[in-house]
Design a protein around this ligand. Structure first.
Ligand SMILES: CC(C)(COP(=O)(O)OP(=O)(O)OC[C@H]1O[C@@H](n2cnc3c(N)ncnc32)[C@H](O)[C@@H]1OP(=O)(O)O)[C@@H](O)C(=O)NCCC(=O)NCCS
Length: 324
């Protein structure tokens, strides 16, 4: 990428990567970056190319062309691109192309080393980068087919950020009783809750969705775990299954599949708040010799070993998918 102008510190202040910098530190960041205006279709990062640049998208939009897939992922102003290749000193794993005229800031490895010394930049780069990679991973993950004991064909895949509408529909179709059991009384799905449920990093917060094999598929189950801050080897789990599919083994399958993903990420213990009256959930957990203690009135706190699936092709496919 050919250099144009020095970066303007005032423009850098709007980038999430530099949110914690004061005026002096922004001047320092600006001295390490070059600004460029590029047209639609300009290649910002070329797949397979080594020794690339860190690129910060100041204005405009771009898309990542995911390898081994026809999928593209849109990225918007504020995004950081090319950081993995430059930090790992490896060829870029995907091509990123401008989808509008863009204003970018860029630097090479030496300048990036200096940028990383500015307050908060290292941590923010790590988070922004992890988020984008989690999103890319969930988009290219091929759904895994599985069959319930009664022959119903379903598929399993990680939740994606574009699942908002499907989750809203799924939630709207849940009976009040199922919703009460899932959310222990907190009833309505607010926009911020929805955002939290779909924007997962698949590492600390992981979620599977089960869908019918129909076209278009219907989302019929969600299982998630969220690691405990104080003990990352333990995670709180939650499962919910569409009412018309309840009692057919989907809850148990999702629980076991969640355990496989959890174990692959080093989570060995599952915990959950469960209503005493929730016989179905208690039956599932009871297979794992849980430690149970009363919590709020009507609720128990159960702790058990993270479950697992029988060895076989489905478990193998899940392990391959989650370890990618
Ligand atoms: C709890 C839930 C996920 C279970 O899923 P499911 O697909 O219905 O359960 P499964 O068919 O896999 O059955 C699991 C066990 O529950 C038992 N079970 C299922 N439905 C039952 C019911 N209505 N009454 C009593 N037991 C029931 C099954 O017999 C089975 O027991 P087993 O393992 O001893 O054979 C589902 O009922 C649900 O979504 N409930 C509302 C949300 C919720 O309560 N989530 C849990 C919050 S942690």
């Amino acid at each position: 990428m050919e250099g144009n102008d020095p970066a303007d510190p005032a423009e850098l202040a709007d980038l999430p990567l530099f949110a914690e910098l004061d005026a002096e530190e922004l001047d320092r960041a600006a001295s390490l970056l070059t600004a460029a205006d590029l047209p639609t279709d300009a290649v910002l990062v070329a797949e397979g190319r080594s020794g690339g640049h860190l690129v910060l998208l100041g204005e405009g939009s771009a898309e990542v062309e995911l390898p081994d897939s026809h999928e593209t992922v849109s990225i918007e102003a504020g995004a950081v691109i090319g950081e993995m290749a430059i930090l790992d000193d490896a060829p870029a794993s995907a091509t990123v192309r401008a989808t509008s005229a863009v204003h970018v800031f860029f630097c090479d490895a030496d300048e990036l080393d200096e940028l990383l010394e500015l307050p908060g930049v290292h941590e923010r780069l790590r988070v922004l980068s992890k988020d984008r990679h989690a999103d890319n991973w969930s988009r290219v993950a091929e759904p895994i087919p599985f069959t319930l004991a009664d022959g119903t064909s379903l598929t399993l895949r990680p939740i994606r950020r574009d699942d908002a509408a499907a989750i809203e529909r799924f939630d709207a179709e849940l009976s009040p009783e199922s919703r009460r059991r899932r959310f222990l009384g907190a009833a309505t799905l607010t926009p911020s809750m929805l955002d939290y449920l779909i924007n997962v990093d698949h590492e600390r917060h992981f979620a599977w969705v089960a869908e019918t094999a129909a076209t278009p598929p219907r989302l019929v189950g969600v299982a998630r775990f969220i690691r405990l801050r104080e003990d990352p080897a333990s995670a709180e789990f939650a499962i919910v299954v569409a009412d018309d599919l309840a009692g057919r083994g989907l809850g148990r399958f999702l629980f076991d599949a969640l355990g496989v993903a959890a174990r692959e990420r080093g989570v060995t213990t599952f915990v959950a708040y469960i209503l005493w009256e929730n016989t179905a959930m208690r039956s599932i957990v009871n297979h794992f010799d849980p430690d149970v203690r009363p919590d709020e009135p009507g609720t128990m706190y159960a702790t058990c070993a993270a479950p697992d699936l029988e060895p076989g092709p489905i478990r193998g496919a899940i392990v391959r998918l989650v370890s990618r």
